[in-house]
Design a binder for this molecule. Structure first.
Ligand SMILES: Nc1ncnc2c1ncn2[C@@H]1O[C@H](COP(=O)(O)OP(=O)(O)OP(=O)(O)O)[C@@H](O)[C@H]1O
Ligand SMILES: [Mg+2]
Length: 255
């Protein structure tokens, strides 16, 4: 981002405004996504609209095939929409070229996937450095690893880490560039309950500490109780949105 004030907000505080409207991290409107195959067209998203306020921790739930990953990929600039609109803050992603989307991902987005995708031949620290070496304003790799409780495991290779530690390493890699939005596709899907809780704690801690807007796809009904907002998908549409006033700590969640 070249400007120090990319959203033109400098000086607004002096304008005498007294009402505070939370700024939206992402907004989508009437989003559809179709995959055109030889024999059929799959309608993965069929008219989806919602807003995620800055700093929110959002869980997305719904049956297999209901469009959750498709949506996350679009929010993260990994895929184009068929119809409708998608914004990140004031940035309209809808018609961006691949090159512009790559830039958007690089500057703003952190991803965490179910399978950790750490490079096997690199240590935890080196895996994080892959990102910090190219990011404009990263935190030191050691700091990112410390935030997820891996300070004593930095020089371990992925094969020398447990599943939960590998996933926390992947989270460290995702947050080291200080993303404004963290997108997680079933981050605890491959983990048992204890390690799953450690990973959730790490995500929750980052959300609390940095206000990083976080969107987590999960099949685990209990995770939703630690989210500000839960969006339920069914057949490519939102069937329900719940808002939670009181959030459970990850350690209070029964698996
Ligand atoms: N690249 C693709 N080409 C064609 N169809 C696709 C593609 N990706 C996803 N789909 C289809 O789109 C629909 C939504 O898929 P999506 O991956 O978003 O589901 P999901 O809710 O993430 O499911 P799961 O919980 O199993 O991960 C499914 O019917 C799927 O088969
Ligand atoms: Mg999926």
């Amino acid at each position: 981002m070249s400007s120090n004030d990319p959203f033109g907000t400098t000086g607004l505080a002096d304008a005498g405004s007294v009402t505070h409207t939370p700024r939206m991290a992402t907004s989508i409107r009437d989003l559809t996504k179709e995959y055109v195959l030889k024999s059929e067209t799959v309608r993965a998203l069929r008219g989806v609209s919602f807003d995620v306020p800055e700093g929110d921790y959002v869980a997305i739930m719904g049956p297999s095939g209901s469009g959750k990953s498709t949506l996350l990929n679009i929010l993260g600039g990994l895929d184009h929409v068929t119809d409708g609109q998608v914004w990140f803050r004031d940035l309209d992603l809808t018609d961006m070229s691949d090159r512009q989307l790559t830039r958007y991902r690089r500057d703003h987005v952190g991803f965490v996937f179910q399978y950790y995708n750490l490079v096997p031949s690199l240590t935890a620290r080196e895996n994080v450095q892959l990102v910090t070496d190219v990011a404009p304003d990263p935190m030191p790799a050691a700091e990112a690893l410390e935030l997820v409780g891996l300070s004593t495991r930095m020089d371990h290779f992925p094969s020398e880490l447990s599943g939960g530690e590998q996933q926390r390493g992947a989270i460290a890699r995702a947050i080291a560039k200080r993303p404004e939005i963290l997108l997680c596709d079933e981050p605890t899907g491959a983990l048992d309950s204890t390690t799953g809780v450690q990973v959730l704690e790490a995500l929750r801690d980052i959300n609390d500490r940095f206000g990083t807007t976080t969107v987590v796809i999960t099949h685990n009904a209990e995770i939703r109780r630690m989210a500000h907002r839960v969006i339920y998908f069914q057949d490519g549409k939102i069937s329900r949105i719940e808002e939670n006033d009181t959030l459970l700590a990850p350690s209070e969640i029964v698996w």
